[in-house]
Design a protein around this ligand. Structure first.
Ligand SMILES: [Zn+2]
Length: 88
């Protein structure tokens, strides 16, 4: 599998580290423990197109949002995740 890094071009997946599901929405800090448990530990196992966070740890060290089909491993695209406050 090759991930198209916006800065480095297509690179082997061995250069990246999977950082998790990009669709998880964190609850407010004052949410009850059950809500936090669900946000941290409970995940769906989707088949098909999915949004994921990947870290180009052995390249430019960017965090990327990657659209990947979990059934075929086909990558539909990748974009850099801007640091918080970068677009202010
Ligand atoms: Zn890169």
């Amino acid at each position: 599998m090759r991930i198209p890094c916006p800065f480095c071009g297509p690179r082997s997946v061995s250069e990246f580290t999977y950082e998790g599901d990009a669709t998880v929405v964190r609850p407010p800090l004052d949410a009850d423990p059950d809500t936090w448990f669900a946000a941290v530990y409970e995940r769906t196992n989707p088949r098909g197109s999915h949004q994921e966070i990947w870290h180009h740890i052995q390249g430019c060290r960017s965090f990327l949002r990657v659209s990947r089909d979990t059934a075929t491993h086909a990558i539909q695209g990748a974009a850099m995740i801007a640091p918080e406050g970068a677009d202010e």
